[in-house]
Write a protein that binds this ligand. Structure first.
Ligand code: CTP
Ligand code: MG
Length: 212
């Protein structure tokens, strides 16, 4: 039994079109994409920007997000009532059933699992304004959502982070900080995070052909 936690309280500053939860792609808001993707889930909880109107007609429970993603997820975790959680960014509308399935299977087996992908580009650590050192890309992965956890483990990780003043851009790093391993499963290019204006034409194109 899985609680799906959707942090959707960001302001989308890099995109510059208001909160991404209400951004329309392929005629639907990103929030609608996310809630529909998880329509099989027993429980869906969404953190919205403070003061945002609560959307009607969506099968989800809404609460007010925090100042950071981490704070929004902490609030969602408090409200979760099931032993497993899947945490999924609203900014990633194209999440397939296969991807969810891989993450859930590994989560059930290990307690914590995230999807990752290899990086296509050459990667460097710039030196000042210059090119600098090349970082071997074979050694690196980019990390996506949905991320799956035993609910009790992620709660403990968030409590630990709060106590230590740690801040994190995803949940898996808090579980790692607590000292627990996080399993990796294969991610999907389509599950990219809509972040910059240039991402929108790709999202619109995917929306036309997408069936999860
Ligand atoms: N998020 C959240 N609460 C916050 C900040 C972010 O729930 N206080 C959520 C966003 O809604 C998004 C996810 O965390 O689903 C990943 O964040 P990001 O892609 O950075 O989105 P924004 O924070 O909205 O964008 P930006 O950083 O450009 O402002
Ligand atoms: Mg952000």
């Amino acid at each position: 039994m899985v609680s799906v936690l959707i942090p959707a309280a960001g302001n989308g500053e890099r995109l510059g079109l208001g909160p991404k939860a209400f951004l329309r792609v392929g005629g639907k808001t990103l929030l609608e994409w996310a809630v529909e993707a998880f329509k099989e889930a027993a429980e869906v909880l969404v953190a919205l920007p403070p003061g945002a109107p609560v959307p009607k007609g969506l099968r989800a429970t809404f609460l007010e997000g925090g100042r950071t993603r981490q704070e929004s997820v902490s609030r969602l975790l408090e409200a979760a009532s099931l032993p497993l959680v899947l945490v999924h960014d609203v900014a990633r509308p194209f999440v397939s059933q296969r991807l969810m399935g891989r993450v859930l299977e590994a989560t059930r087996a290990t307690g914590a699992a995230v999807p990752v992908l290899p990086l296509p580009d050459t990667l460097i650590r710039p030196e000042g304004e210059g090119y600098g050192e090349v970082v071997p890309r074979e050694a690196l992965r980019l990390v996506q959502t949905p991320q799956g956890f035993f609910t009790a483990l992620l709660r403990e990780a968030h409590a630990y982070a709060r106590k230590r003043g740690l801040s994190a851009t995803d949940d898996a790093q808090l579980v790692r900080a607590l000292g627990y391993p996080v399993a990796l499963v294969e991610g999907e290019r389509a599950a990219f995070k809509i972040t910059y204006p240039e991402d929108l034409p790709l999202a619109e194109a995917l929306a036309r052909v997408w069936s999860a």
